[in-house]
Ligand binder design. Structure first.
Ligand code: GLN
Length: 275
């Protein structure tokens, strides 16, 4: 079953999450230690999403005989927060020749990354690899919707056809993303959108495994419902990960059936209960 992580805090190189620690995401891709839902490796693709620091304004310069040039670029990010950069592939993370140097040279203060072990019957394709994105949002799912695809007929039926036409891939995770996105677009708070989606899917497909992860680059929401998750926080940063990246005693296992909400300075756990 997939592995995912999210980081909020002072900017760090992506490699501090993906490659450098002994049990970094790349290590978890070929040697995970807690695949409680089955599967052995996470080789069916990967994705990294990060929020670039805003570009420094160009220095004002005066061309000879002309008006000042420079100043703020036209356009800019749409309202609603910074838009993340996405790098995804349908190949194993460990086989990507570009990523190690890219990850060592890119720093970010907000990151969501995942490696995928495709559920049997679901395609191995780049659009099926998390994170899924929309505006400022990044989303990932570790788990499975039980009884796919029959069990989701009710879920998909609740979505407008125009939404369904934007399904990134014919997978349970992509449909979960649409369900969360629909609630966010309707104005739900992130924690509410995630919690209500878990409740809706558990009603329609009991026995599902629904570890969800959502961030807008400022706060994050994660659930544990059937899979592992650990959290490391301190010094104005928070890192949640399916498996701890190292043996630092500061890692805490998040109990099953938890809704975790966090900013860089604060982590809160509430119970998901039986929804
Ligand atoms: N079911 C999802 C997929 O195939 C996620 C699988 C997982 O967690 N391993 O993409």
């Amino acid at each position: 079953m997939c592995r995912h992580l999210a980081y909020l805090g002072p900017p760090i190189p992506l490699s501090h999450l993906l490659f450098d620690p002994p049990h970094a995401l790349s290590h978890q891709s070929w040697s995970p230690t807690d695949m409680r839902g089955g599967g052995t490796v996470n080789a069916d693709g990967f994705g990294v999403g990060w929020y670039p620091a805003p570009a420094a304004p160009a220095p004002a310069a005066t061309a000879p005989g002309g008006p000042p040039s420079g100043g703020p670029p036209s356009g800019g990010p749409p309202s609603g927060g910074p838009v993340p950069v996405l790098y995804r592939r349908d190949t194993p993370l460990w086989s990507d020749a570009t990523l190690p140097r890219l990850a060592a040279s890119v720093t970010a203060g907000a990151v969501l990354a995942a490696v995928r072990s495709a559920t049997v019957g679901m395609p191995v394709a780049e659009p099926a690899a998390a994170p899924f994105g929309d505006g400022p949002w990044l989303f990932s799912h570790n788990g499975v919707v039980a009884g796919w695809p029959g069990s989701v007929a009710k879920l998909a039926g609740a979505l407008p056809v125009t939404d369904l036409l934007t399904l990134p891939a014919p997978t349970d995770s992509a449909l979960l993303w649409l369900l969360v996105r629909d609630r966010l677009r309707a104005g739900a708070a992130p924690a509410e959108a995630v919690r209500d989606t878990v409740a809706e899917v558990e009603r329609a497909a009991p026995g599902s495994r629904l570890n969800l992860l959502l961030t807008d680059g400022v706060s994050l929401v994660a659930t544990t419902a059937g899979h592992a998750l650990s959290v490391f926080s301190g010094a104005g940063s928070v890192l949640v990960s399916s498996e701890p990246l190292d043996d630092d005693p500061g890692w805490r296992a998040v109990p099953d059936r938890t809704l975790l909400t966090a900013t860089a300075g604060d982590v809160a756990l509430t119970t998901l209960g039986v929804l």
